[in-house]
Design a protein. Structure first.
Length: 135
């Protein structure tokens, strides 16, 4: 009777995953606009991107929240048709959140990336050039 040994996992079955986390915070007329982006790299190649936009209205604009939420919704209206990504928009107590989960190809089109095989440090440079802070 021979003993069966399990084959060790190959690199493609167990890819090395890295994440670049970037944030961009701005204040536009009292509205806090925070963008959080996670770039996922697998085996050194751009795999996907998750983005969350958080808009927090100041107290004096909370009565206008519905108008603000509607403007955000309309801003992302053509997004699915143009990029193939459906934004998840949800109202919060103090504003609105938008979540986008994109494949590498969708994100490349949205952000204008030309090199999908860019290294982690190249993605950091790319986002920092757009005003993000990355780690």
């Amino acid at each position: 009777e021979t003993e069966k040994t399990e084959n060790p996992k190959t690199e493609t079955e167990n890819p090395k995953t890295e994440k670049v986390e970037c944030t961009y915070e701005q204040n536009i007329s009292g509205v806090e606009m925070n963008t959080f982006v996670d770039v996922i790299l697998k085996d050194g190649q751009f795999h996907s991107l998750d983005m969350e936009l958080e808009a927090i209205l100041p107290e004096n604009l909370l009565s206008q929240k519905e108008v603000f939420v509607n403007s955000i919704v309309s801003e992302y209206e053509g997004f699915e048709e143009e990029y193939g990504v459906k934004p998840q928009v949800k109202e919060t107590d103090k504003g609105v959140e938008v979540e986008l989960n994109m494949s590498a190809e969708q994100a490349a089109e949205f952000y204008g990336f030309t090199n999908l095989k860019a290294s982690k440090s190249e993605f950091v440079k790319e986002f920092e050039a757009q005003g993000f802070t990355c780690k």
